[in-house]
Design a protein around this ligand. Structure first.
Ligand SMILES: *[C@@H]1O[C@H](CO)[C@@H](O)[C@H](O)[C@H]1NC(C)=O
Length: 373
């Protein structure tokens, strides 16, 4: 099920009213002066430089948010959040930027890397274009970067992989294109959201190295097969969405090793062969979607008897049957869609001629299975 990150850490530190209003707060800071802060707080002075440079690169602001971005008190700027550092070494530091749904048009600027205490950047649902500046690698406190639902383009923003403490990377719903780097899955990220971009090429073999709990690569143009390393991912993986790409080949047998998996969507690809019986080891799985592929064979009792299953979709494949156990899904109130297959005697199946030659009738590696769990 979807995870809710959000302003996690930061908002615990803020009074609820401040976050609800989306207005920056200050703690014991002065107000009113229109000059940059004095050098006694060089951090806030750097923040002033960074935010004013960024303001100049924002060309449209239909909600008038940047009208509050005047004067030296950056902590009072709308969407800018300050905290007192734990070690009390300086007065205040800018720890978060939250401009979700602000409809801002413009670009990111390299000066933002001056915000060395920034732990959260949330810019979802704006109209930012261009690339992520290379200087972002210097944001050593940054843990959450949400650039989703903008118009960023160009190659995968590799600078993000050099941000030392990043754990949440959300760049979905943009126009990033080209291949994704191996290093993405070697990095200690907990959440990797890349869906709805224009990425292509193969999914790197390093996939199995990722310690993430959620990986979404759906609605791109990835091709080739699912890396065999898939099953050897960290034990914490809960959600993997690969649907609507151009993936081919077999579903790796190792999928069954992902014992915490709750949602797996491989639909709308060109995967072939049979479903691995090891799927029956996914004891926590709730949603399985294999629709619109070229899978063949018989859906086994092992898959259909999974305890936590809420929705099993295998429609539009070339399955030739399913075990008796699968009919019981209907009584268990589990969504079970097997339409558009080649199952004799069932309604809404493919016309017989389509079933006589199974496309890509591939022989996948098959490990004989003793029922799981
Ligand atoms: C099951 O999942 C499919 C594919 O995501 C969806 O279209 C369908 O509405 C779901 N069915 C139920 C009963 O939740």
């Amino acid at each position: 099920m979807p995870h809710s990150w959000s302003l996690a850490l930061l908002l615990f530190l803020l009074p609820p009213s401040a976050s609800a209003l989306g207005v920056g707060i200050w703690i014991g800071g002065g107000i009113g002066t229109q000059t940059p802060p004095s050098s006694s707080n060089s951090k806030l002075h750097n923040a002033y430089t960074a935010l004013q440079a960024w303001k100049c690169a924002i060309t449209d602001d239909p909600n008038g948010i940047l009208a509050t971005w005047v004067g030296s008190d950056v902590c009072s700027y709308k969407g800018v959040f300050c905290i007192q550092p734990i070690d009390m070494s300086t007065d205040l530091v800018v720890a978060g930027i939250d401009l979700n749904h602000a409809s801002l048009q413009g670009t990111l600027v390299k000066e933002l890397s001056l915000l060395s205490d920034l732990s959260i950047i949330h810019l979802n649902s704006n109209r930012f274009t261009g690339a992520v500046p290379d200087s972002f690698r210097e944001l050593e406190s940054l843990s959450e970067l949400d650039l989703s639902n903008n118009q960023f383009s160009g190659p995968f923003p590799s600078a993000t992989l050099l941000i030392p403490n990043l754990i949440y990377l959300d760049i979905r719903f943009n126009y990033f294109s080209g291949p994704i780097p191996e290093e993405l899955f070697n990095k200690d990220l907990d959440a990797i959201f890349l869906n709805n971009n224009l990425f292509d090429g193969q999914i790197p073999q390093s996939l199995g190295n990722s310690p993430a709990s959620v990986i979404t690569l759906a609605n791109n143009r990835f091709s080739g097969s699912i890396p065999v390393s898939f099953g050897y991912m960290g034990p914490g993986i809960k959600e993997v969405l690969l649907h609507n790409n151009q993936l081919t080949g077999c579903i790796p047998e190792g999928v069954g090793l992902l014992s915490e998996m709750e949602v797996l969507d491989l639909s709308h690809n060109s995967l072939s062969g049979h479903l691995p019986d090891t799927i029956s080891c996914l004891s926590e799985i709730e949603v399985l979607n294999f629709a619109h592929n070229q899978l063949s064979g018989v859906l086994s009792e092992f898959v259909c008897s999974l305890r936590n299953l809420a929705n099993l979709t295998v429609s539009y494949n070339f399955l030739s049957g399913f075990d008796q156990e699968c009919t019981r899904l209907l009584f268990r109130n589990v969504g079970f869609d097997f339409s558009g297959n080649c199952i004799p005697g069932k309604n809404r199946q493919r016309p017989q001629p389509e079933c006589s030659g199974i496309p890509g009738g591939l022989n996948c590696l098959r490990i004989p299975l003793i029922r799981c769990g």
